[in-house]
Design a protein around this ligand. Structure first.
Ligand code: PLP
Length: 281
């Protein structure tokens, strides 16, 4: 399959990254993951919009515009024959001798993208178990940065406890997952952390909020405490790769009866109705 390298489409053995790439040295860059449903990228404009916002927040100027970026990624999806899968794209500040301050104007960002196709026989995801983990990340979690060490450590801690995802909390205030946003349902009201520097403003979260508005489903964008989440009637997480994923357990405590609840199911249905129609083949 083909890869995008800056503005060129290349085969895998033609992808070259410098040992001095600032992504490699510092995690100095930003990224996105865009889901492909039926051969079509879902919410590509929102993802690429957020990529450029993240880049701007770290004072990095990408070498070409959003439309061209989307065109390049669409071409990658088509040429690689992706039906169900995703596109990964990252941009680093470029390759230069290792000093922390930005390199000069002559150094340009390094963009790479690839596609991943999911197997046809992938089973439907089971409700997830979560483990609470202290959120030790920096204070700019609104930036989708390549610096994911705290997220990696949290996810590993969850995995080692037999859980699918970490439920991150700052001083008992629940923020988000290691790579997902979190939602609780109590007495018919959805609770989720407000958009701030403490969470990534998830694209899936935005679609869910839109669904809630259309369904007249009440949402309270107020942080939940760790104590609150254990007694929620329903709980789910959201991400590009998982869509809406019901949660059955948090720290070994069962949520509801462990099966997806009515609010979660209603939202999953509304979410699915927004996915692109498969392109004819
Ligand atoms: N929060 C974090 C920290 C993430 O890394 C992600 C995505 O991977 C999300 C939330 C969910 O965002 P999105 O729905 O845009 O995939």
């Amino acid at each position: 399959s083909m890869y995008l390298m800056n503005d060129r489409f290349v085969k895998d053995d033609e992808v070259t990254i410098s040992i001095e790439d600032r992504g490699y040295y510092f995690g100095d860059g930003v990224y996105e993951v865009i889901r492909v449903y039926g051969g079509v990228m879902f919410t590509a404009e929102e993802h690429i919009g957020r990529l450029y916002e993240s880049a701007e927040k770290i004072r990095m100027t990408l070498p070409y515009g959003q439309e061209e970026m989307i065109d390049n990624l669409s071409r990658l999806v088509t040429d690689n024959g992706v039906k169900e899968g995703h596109v990964y794209i990252q941009a680093t500040r470029g390759a230069a001798p290792r000093v922390h301050q930005f390199p000069g104007e002559a150094i340009t960002p390094v963009i790479t993208a690839y596609t991943k196709s999911y197997p046809d026989d992938a089973p439907a995801a089971e409700p997830a178990k979560l483990k609470s983990v202290a959120d030790i990340r920096w204070l700019r979690c609104d930036i989708k940065s390549l610096n994911l060490l705290a997220n990696v450590m949290a996810k590993q801690e969850a995995y080692e406890a037999g859980c699918y995802e970490a439920l991150l909390h700052r001083d008992s205030t629940v923020t988000e997952g290691s790579s997902s946003n979190l939602f609780g349902v109590k007495d018919g009201v959805i609770h989720t952390h407000p958009v701030s520097n403490f969470i990534l403003n998830g694209i899936t979260r935005r679609v869910i909020m839109q669904c809630c508005e259309e369904l007249g489903q009440p949402v309270q964008e107020e942080p939940m405490s760790l104590e609150d989440v254990y007694s929620m009637d329903e709980f789910f997480l959201s991400s590009t790769t998982n869509g809406i994923l019901p949660v059955s357990e948090i720290d070994g405590r069962r949520i509801g009866d462990g099966r997806p609840g009515p609010v979660t199911e209603k939202l999953m249905e509304a979410f699915e109705a927004k996915l692109p129609e498969p392109v004819a083949t």
